[in-house]
Ligand binder design. Sequence first.
Ligand code: 13P
Length: 284
Amino acid sequence: MPLENMNAMLGKAAGAGYAVGAFNILDYNSTKAVVLAAEETNAPVIIQTSAKTVIFWGASAIISWIRQLAGPSRVPIALHLDHCKDLDLIEECIESGWTSVMIDASSKPFEENLSLSRKVVQMARPKNVTVEAELGAIVGVEDDIHVKQQDSHLADSDQAIKFCEDVEPDCFAPAIGTAHGVYKGVPKIAYDLLEEIAAKIEAPIALHGGTGLADNVFKKCISLGCAKVNISTQLKYAFIDGFVAYHNANNIEYNPLKVIDAQFDALKAGIVEKINLFGSSGKV
Ligand code: 13P
């Protein structure tokens, strides 16, 4: 199937008690793992690229391998640019074939975040590209965005409502206490805030910082209105650990294709597990 934007898949998930997994890919092998995991579970899926990954490989290389893998697939697949502060890169991805983008102007003052996010909606909507926007500051490191604990803050619910009314994002990412990267302690999730925001806005909600959250936390956030769940660090670990574990166990072999296969298996197993946990299996 051709790539689609996030509207139909998130629209179906929101309110239906499940969430679509959004997985940050790193290369061809990890993209293949996401696509085949989605096919195995018969689930819609979002392939995400960080801005850094786009710059590393180039937009045209990425879009060509993604179209090659997603084209013959029978599950709905969206290609989404994760946290991006750079409007030129957002425009390049829109022109190159990404079906969804995230503007992350959350470090800016509220009014500036509003106007930058609105600008991206104006750029994307005529091209049928969906837009995710963020409010609050999610602690941790995602790509080249570093938010220290002392600079992180939750989204404000009144501002969230005004933001969504003004910007009309297709997906809204409020900071609710999750973190990017590896959790150092038990995260304190602001469930009340999530519930309040979900009740008052129309856009489906994205849960960031998925790696390391307990199963019951995912389930509660999904039941309270999260329709998209982001997983990145888990794939980074599987990418490296899957590779290293195979080599350590077979270190006289030096057969790169077998190492790549082992990496693929590690990536895909973790993605399948998350898709099943989020309840999106069979929801095509
Ligand atoms: P993790 O790296 O914690 O899985 O977070 C992913 C994310 O939210 C990407 O935007």
